[in-house]
Design a protein around this ligand. Structure first.
Ligand code: 9PG
Length: 444
C-alpha cells in the first residue's frame, strides 16, 4: 500500500465513506470511532464482498475503488479509481490521533471538495466528473416491475405468475413488466431447460404480453452450478479450467463455478441463451451473481478479469438489443456504461435484522444501510434499484421499508403476492409504482 495523503481531521466530527465492491457489499458512512462492518465468514467474503482484496484490520476503513473522508473542518477528500471500469484499487484510511492516513494499492485520484452537502454532495460531484470523463451514456428510465422473488423464492410456479398477472390487472397496479425470478430453470447454468414447475416460459411470456404488459426474466449468466449439465458437459468452459475450476461460492445447496465467457464456445452458449429468451418475447433482463464473471483465474482469452467481465456484459447486450438490463450482485465500477439499472444494496427481506448481524445478508436493515449510502449513483451511473417493495402484513417494519423505497427508489418494483396485500399494502404499492421518480436523489 502506498501513502496517498495524511489529513488532519476533527475526530468528533469526521466521517469516512467506504464503498463496497459489488451490489451486496455493505457500504456506509461511519464516524471515525465506529468499527466498519466486516463479514466474519469466508463464504460471504467471496459471495458478497471482494474475494481477492486484502483483509483490513478491524480499525481500518477500506473501500473498493472509492473512499471519502469528511474532515470535520469543512472539506471532503475523495480518493478514487481513475477509471474503475478497468482497475479497482483497494483504498484504506487508518486513524492516528487527529490524523487519517490514506493508502492505496494502485494509482488513485485524490480530490478535495469544499462544496455543499458533505460526503453525499462530494460523491455526487465526483460521480458527475466520472460520467463526463468516461463519456458514459445517458441513463434510461426504468419501467415499473412486479418480481416473483420476495414471496415465492425458488418455489415459484407458472400458475403463481398467472395469478399475479390477473391480480395486477384487477387492482389496476401500474406495472409495466412482470418479471420471473429464480426458480424456472432446471439448474444453475441450464437456463433453457425448465424446472418441473414450468411448462413453457415462452407461452408464459406470451400471456403476459397479451395482457398488455412486458415480460422480464432473471438469469445468473456467469454461474455454473455443480449440479448443472453445463458444468458436467463443458468443464473446459469454467474459469480455472477443467482441472482447477475457481470457486464462485456456494448457494442452492451446491458449489458454484464461473463461466469463462472468453472461451468461444461458452460465449456462443451465452449468446444463444439470451437471444432465445429475446425470441420468447422477454425484453427486461435481471442479470444476477455477476461478480462470478470478474473472479481471478485462468481463462481461455484475456487474463484480465475485468476485461473478461466487460466482454461478458457486451455479449449479453448484443444478444438482447435494446431490452432493459438490470445488474445485480455486480461489481459496481466495472459495470459502468454496461447496464441500465443496478442493484445498489444487499437483498431486502421480511426480517428487519439480518442473520447473525451480517449486513450483506437479506434484511430491510441491510438494504437500507447500503442503499442510502449509494444514493449519489442514481441518475448518474444508472437507475438505482433499492430492491423490491414488499409491504404485506408479514413484513417487519414495512412502513419503514416503504419510506426507504419511496425516498431512494429509481427502479420501482413490487414483490408481494398481490392477494396477500391488505388495504394499506395495496395503496402503498399503487402509490409508489405510480410515482414520478426524480432523476437525482442527492446532489441536485
Ligand atoms: C435469486 C435471488 C434474487 C435476489 C438477488 C439474489 O449468498 N447467497 O446465497 C445469495 C442468495 C441470493 C441472493 C443473494 C445472495 O439474492 O439479489 O433479488 O434474484 O438472487 O436467487
Amino acid at each position: 500500500m502506498q501513502t496517498v495523503a495524511e489529513i488532519d481531521i476533527d475526530p468528533a466530527l469526521a466521517r469516512v465513506h467506504e464503498h463496497g465492491w459489488q451490489s451486496w457489499t455493505p457500504t456506509a458512512t461511519y464516524r471515525v470511532d465506529e468499527a466498519p462492518h466486516r463479514s466474519r465468514h469466508e463464504l460471504f467474503r467471496l459471495l458478497h464482498c471482494r474475494a481477492d482484496a486484502p483483509v483490513p484490520g478491524p480499525e481500518a476503513f477500506q473501500g473498493d475503488g472509492l473512499l471519502a473522508v469528511e474532515t470535520g473542518h469543512g472539506a471532503v477528500h475523495v480518493v478514487a479509481a481513475p477509471d474503475g471500469r478497468t482497475e479497482v484499487p483497494t483504498i484504506r484510511a487508518e486513524l492516528d490521533g487527529t490524523r487519517l492516513r490514506l493508502t492505496a494499492d494502485a494509482a488513485v485520484d485524490h480530490l478535495v471538495d469544499e462544496g455543499r452537502g458533505g460526503i453525499d454532495g462530494a460523491l455526487a460531484r465526483w460521480a458527475d466528473g466520472v460520467v463526463s470523463r468516461l463519456a458514459l451514456p445517458p441513463v434510461r428510465p426504468a419501467p415499473t416491475v412486479w418480481c416473483s422473488w420476495y414471496h415465492y423464492f425458488t418455489d415459484v410456479t407458472e400458475r403463481d405468475v398467472d395469478e399475479n398477472l390477473q391480480a395486477i390487472e384487477e387492482v389496476e397496479l401500474p406495472v409495466d413488466v412482470v418479471q420471473l425470478d429464480d426458480g424456472y430453470q432446471a439448474a444453475i447454468g441450464d437456463w433453457l431447460t425448465l424446472s418441473d414447475r414450468f411448462a413453457s416460459v415462452g407461452a408464459m411470456s406470451r400471456r403476459i404480453r397479451d395482457r398488455g404488459r412486458r415480460a422480464g426474466i432473471w438469469v445468473a449468466p456467469f454461474l455454473a452450478g455443480a449440479d448443472s449439465r453445463l458444468a458436467a458437459e463443458h468443464p473446459d468452459w469454467l474459469v480455472g479450467g477443467p482441472q482447477a475450476p475457481v470457486s464462485a461460492g456456494h448457494n442452492w445447496g451446491q458449489d458454484l463455478a464461473a463461466l469463462d465467457v472468453t472461451h468461444p464456445d461458452a460465449a456462443h452458449y451465452l449468446t444463444r441463451v439470451f437471444s432465445t429468451m429475446r425470441d420468447w418475447g422477454f425484453d427486461y433482463f435481471k442479470i444476477d451473481f455477476l461478480y462470478a464473471g470478474a473472479l481471478h483465474g485462468r481463462r481461455h482469452g484475456t487474463p484480465d478479469p475485468l476485461v473478461a467481465y466487460r466482454e461478458g456484459l457486451d455479449l449479453i447486450r448484443e444478444a438482447i438489443g435494446d431490452a432493459y438490463l438490470l445488474g445485480c450482485g455486480a461489481p459496481l465500477l466495472p459495470s459502468l456504461g454496461k447496464v441500465d439499472a443496478m442493484r445498489i444494496s444487499p437483498d431486502t427481506g421480511p426480517d428487519h435484522e439480518p442473520l447473525e448481524g451480517e449486513l450483506c445478508l437479506p434484511s430491510t436493515r441491510s438494504a437500507m444501510l447500503t442503499g442510502a449510502a449509494r444514493a449519489f449513483q442514481h441518475g448518474r451511473f444508472w437507475v438505482n434499484d433499492p430492491d423490491c417493495l414488499i409491504v404485506r402484513p408479514a413484513v417487519e417494519r414495512r412502513e419503514q421499508w416503504a419510506s426507504h423505497v419511496e425516498r431512494y427508489g429509481g427502479l420501482m418494483a413490487s414483490s408481494d403476492r398481490i392477494a396477500d396485500l391488505d388495504e394499506w399494502g395495496r395503496q402503498t404499492t399503487h402509490r409508489l409504482l405510480g410515482k414520478q421518480v426524480p432523476t437525482h436523489l442527492v446532489g441536485g
